[in-house]
Design a protein around this ligand. Structure first.
Ligand code: AP5
Length: 226
């Protein structure tokens, strides 16, 4: 069971806003589980599992993977890894997912303390996504301008090949932004009126954004979320 001190939060926002980048910083600072449905799905694709085979075509096109598949992955991860708190990255991404999460956490008696809505202008999202590169072996993120690997094409951490994600190509980026507006942005209304929702400006350098995330993490409605 998660104790009273556990942090249970979600990072929300459009593709490329920096959810993964901020989630790793929070994970390292707070020592809580980082649960990324995108990473879990990419692992399933790489492992060639049944879920991965089903998900790959959706992901490559920049479409959402069906709710039943993603909800099962997220709730399973929360059950296995989230006992001492967690940071959700890329989940929930539809109103149905938000509803399933709420119900599951209510049953456990451990509701979300915070939903951080990261915001940045669309041209900045496109710049971040089109310049992103990832390690094909360990998954570490790079950016050709703001965070290039020391040796071009090679991961600083494991020496693996640094590549471009299939869904970071221009057509898929356009589709992901469209899908975000249509299916994911309505989740903001789902949480609106609920004191857990906090908007955070995600423009500027990653460490500056992290300071803003930490500031809202420390205090929600005058009370610590820990
Ligand atoms: P997922 O991997 O979650 O993709 P996403 O939400 O589109 O988010 P991204 O990973 O593209 O961006 P991010 O916000 O994490 O930004 P990042 O930190 O990497 O999901 C992929 C696919 O899986 C989906 O399209 C869907 O098919 C499926 N899926 C996943 N979850 C699902 C769900 N719940 N339901 C249904 N389907 C689901 O940063 C981007 C780049 O910018 C990096 O290069 C980074 O270095 C750079 N950067 C970050 N912050 C800064 C900064 N402050 N300044 C400069 N550069 C920065």
């Amino acid at each position: 069971m998660a104790g009273d001190q556990a942090i249970r939060m979600a990072l929300f926002g459009p593709p490329g806003v920096g959810k993964g980048t901020q989630a790793v910083l929070v994970e390292n600072a707070e020592g809580i589980a980082h649960i990324s449905t995108g990473d879990a799905l990419r692992k399933a694709v790489a492992d060639g599992t049944e879920v991965g085979l089903k998900a790959k075509a959706y992901m490559d096109r920049g479409e959402l993977v069906p709710d039943d598949v993603v909800i099962a992955i997220a709730l399973d991860s929360i059950g296995r890894e989230g006992r001492s708190g967690f940071i959700l990255d890329g989940f929930p991404r539809t109103v149905a997912q938000a509803d399933a999460l709420d119900k599951a956490l209510a049953e456990l008696g451990t509701p979300l303390a915070l939903v951080v809505n990261l915001q940045a202008p669309e041209d900045e999202l496109v710049r971040r996504l089109s310049g992103r590169r990832v390690c094909a072996r360990c998954g570490v993120n790079y950016h050709i301008e703001s965070k290039p690997p020391a040796v071009p094409g090679k991961c600083d951490q494991c020496g693996g090949d640094v590549i471009q994600r299939e869904d970071d190509r221009p057509e898929a980026i356009r589709n992901r932004l469209r899908v975000y507006e249509e299916k994911t942005a309505p989740v903001i209304s789902y949480y609106a009126g609920n004191s857990v929702l906090r908007n955070v400006d995600a423009s500027g350098a990653a460490d500056m954004v992290f300071e803003r995330v930490e500031a809202v993490l420390k205090t929600v409605n005058g009370q610590s979320v820990r």
